[in-house]
Ligand binder design. Structure first.
Ligand code: UTP
Length: 290
């Protein structure tokens, strides 16, 4: 039986340069989609998949993220005094249990692979989930990570959520090569980060949700720089593929790349439309605009 996935890593140490000046003093991961910061949406997804411990890889200017996952006694006192029980309960529900959130610093944003490596001591020798907080996934039922864990329980190994993309966009993503699958889950036979046009092994892009085995850390330790001069996770996953199985899951749902302006705005509309109390108002506003 595959070892249980209890911990999730959230790398939040990037500079968010595509969102300047919004991200000059505020972390990209605190940008809000409707009324929840991106990082809260992604923690919600992990928690609903059964994750118990949340590991944040932070950097300078990111301490507000730590505060977000802490109590706010003054605010809570005011809410209680004013009888705003729903808001108070909401805040309490969002808090990780005491001792179940860890924060580790990536002193320099050297790349996603390096950020993940920074979590090695906290993860230890167990499989873990990795969720990129600037990717939000809207699903009709189970969340994306929960769908991946279903596959993991059957197959073990390493699981990546993938999504088909139009050819002209593949150069911006990690792209996998896959073997024969069952229409939803495919064995991964190769992968390339930001392929040159014409060299893509498929149209399936790595989305930002991973289940990884702890052996990845020894490979990340080499700290070799790859595409864009960054320490890439893809390079270490490729090395781990020599000894371990990797599966791609075409999950059910839709992802929004909230690291890009268009993706972030689309996520705001999509998540607002999914809120019963907001839907009609948002549709009316959009109709006025277009
Ligand atoms: P991105 O590449 O999308 O984020 O990394 P970025 O570098 O902050 O954004 P741009 O391209 O400059 O606009 C995906 C996630 O990985 C984290 C980021 O914070 C983001 O949540 N990350 C990236 C790190 O934690 N450390 C890194 O060295 C790089």
């Amino acid at each position: 039986m595959a070892a249980r996935v209890r911990k999730a890593v959230f790398p939040v140490a990037g500079l968010g340069t595509r969102f300047l000046p919004a991200t000059k003093a505020m972390p990209k991961e605190m940008l809000t989609v409707v009324d929840r910061p991106l990082i809260q949406h992604v923690v919600d997804e992990a928690r609903s998949a059964g994750i118990e411990h949340f590991v944040f890889v932070t950097g300078r200017n990111k301490s507000i993220i730590e505060d977000h996952f802490d109590q706010q006694p003054e605010l809570e006192g005011v809410l209680a005094a004013r009888g705003k029980t729903a808001e108070l309960e909401g805040l309490k529900k969002d808090l990780p249990e005491a001792g179940r959130a860890s924060f580790v610093r990536q002193q320099e944003p050297l790349g996603l692979g390096h950020a993940v490596w920074c979590a090695r001591d906290i993860i230890g020798n167990e499989p873990f989930a990795l969720l990129l907080p600037d990717v939000l996934v809207q699903t009709p039922g189970k969340g994306c990570l929960a769908q991946m864990l279903d596959v993991y329980e059957q197959r073990g190994g390493n699981i990546l959520a993938v999504e088909p993309m139009p050819e002209d966009q593949l150069k911006n993503y990690g792209v996998v090569a896959v073997g024969q699958g069952d229409g939803k889950t495919f064995p991964i036979t190769g992968m390339v980060e930001k392929p040159k046009p014409g060299t893509e092994p498929s149209n399936l892009t790595i989305l930002g949700r991973y289940i990884l085995q702890p052996e990845i850390f020894a490979l990340l330790a080499a700290q070799e720089k790859g595409a864009g001069g960054e320490i890439q996770l893809t390079d270490s996953m490729l090395a781990l593929m020599k000894t371990q199985a990797f599966y791609a899951l075409e999950y059910e749902g839709r992802a929004f790349d909230c690291g890009s302006k268009a993706g972030f705005l689309a996520a705001n509309i999509a998540f607002a439309l999914a809120r019963p109390g907001l839907r009609d108002q948002v549709i009316a506003e959009i109709k006025k605009l277009v």
